[in-house]
Design a binder for this molecule. Structure first.
Ligand code: NCD
Length: 334
């Protein structure tokens, strides 16, 4: 079967989001709308009543085929703050472990009149596959697929950068570590490029930062000092051992010696550079505790911003569904 283009699949005929699968092909205007909406939800998080009725009466299913704490709980909080009913499906104990196929599980969830699936899966392309095979009026949100994409993580990172730096143009950003296996790095690079950051450096050993990334608009650096020189933003990434096949590294201590972010190596960046990490962090492997907990770290801001960004994406996809011809054809309210 021919795969549909992500752009065609995730936008409705008015150019609005109806699924959120990848940042590839999304415009500057859509990314900015996500950030602006998230900003307004953030101020709501500070009030005592944190709920808005945008998803009232809608059923959101968290479908996590791969472990996650931060991402799953922040998606759940986001859906609840939009007043949706939320179901968390534990795949370990679900029927798929009894031999039911993924598509049969999905058909059953659709028959329960679910409105949205939030999907995390170890296979690249899983969310796209589900979006192609579900009825068109169920919104599919990618919460990380293999090493392919993690679009809400990248957008919460963009919100964190915008709130700390106030702009994207002219910024220098270094993404350091295991780029090869990172869906986060791929989505961040797409977001940064679309939002106008022209100096993005991917930093790490040759085995983890292959040269083909240069085609995506980044500079490849195998030397940490050159990579961090005068940057405004440092993004550290974990070694994703669960995706590594064969020996790509001499040892963790050797990696830390060459690429670890410590107070000494952070001094190569601008004095007001911010330090980010999608988590989970591995202290003493890619980042020292002093830096992770230090004054330049915005790692916990990223978590807070994640709820607001996910609220923005869920509400936009739901409204895009309702305004699409497909949604109307199934009798949904306009
Ligand atoms: C990332 C992921 O799962 O891709 N984490 C996250 O979503 N918070 C990065 C990682 O696992 O290293």
């Amino acid at each position: 079967m021919m795969r549909s283009e992500p752009r065609a699949l995730q936008l409705n005929e008015h150019g609005q989001l109806k699924h959120f699968l990848t940042l590839d092909g999304l415009s500057h205007a859509i990314l900015t709308e996500i950030l602006d909406r998230a900003d307004s939800f953030l101020s709501m998080g500070e009030q005592s009543v944190k709920k808005v009725p945008l998803l009232r009466g809608k059923t959101v299913v968290n479908l996590f085929f791969e472990n996650s704490t931060r991402t799953r709980t922040t998606f759940e909080l986001a859906a609840k703050r939009l007043s949706a009913d939320v179901i968390n499906l534990n795949i370990e104990t679900s029927a798929t472990s009894k031999g039911e196929s993924l598509l049969d599980t999905l058909k059953n969830l659709e028959a329960m009149q679910s409105d949205m699936f939030i999907v995390r899966h170890s296979d690249s392309g899983a969310a796209h596959f589900i979006a192609e095979h579900c009825t068109p009026n169920v919104a599919i949100i990618n919460a990380g697929d293999g090493r392919h994409a993690h679009p809400t993580q990248a957008m919460l990172d963009m919100l964190t950068i915008r709130r700390h730096k106030g702009r994207f143009e002219g910024l220098k950003v270094a993404i350091v570590g295991d780029i090869l296996h990172s869906r986060v790095a791929r989505s961040q690079l797409q977001a940064l490029t679309t939002l106008g950051v022209s100096d993005v450096r991917l930093v790490g050993p040759k085995t983890l930062v292959p040269s083909f990334f240069a085609e995506m608009g980044a500079t490849i650096c195998h030397d940490l000092e050159a990579g961090l020189k005068d940057v405004d933003v440092v993004v550290m990434l974990r070694l994703q051992k669960e995706r590594m096949k064969g020996a790509l590294l001499p040892s963790e201590s050797e990696f830390y010696r060459l690429y670890g972010l410590t107070e000494d190596t952070l001094a190569w960046a601008k004095p007001d550079a911010i330090v980010m990490h999608p988590g989970p962090i591995n202290r003493g492997v890619e980042i020292s505790s002093e830096v992770a907990d230090g004054r330049q770290s915005v790692i916990l801001d990223q978590v807070t911003n994640g709820i607001a960004v996910r609220m923005a994406v869920l509400s936009m996809a739901m409204s895009g569904q309702l305004q699409s011809e497909d949604g109307a054809a199934t009798g949904d309210e306009k």
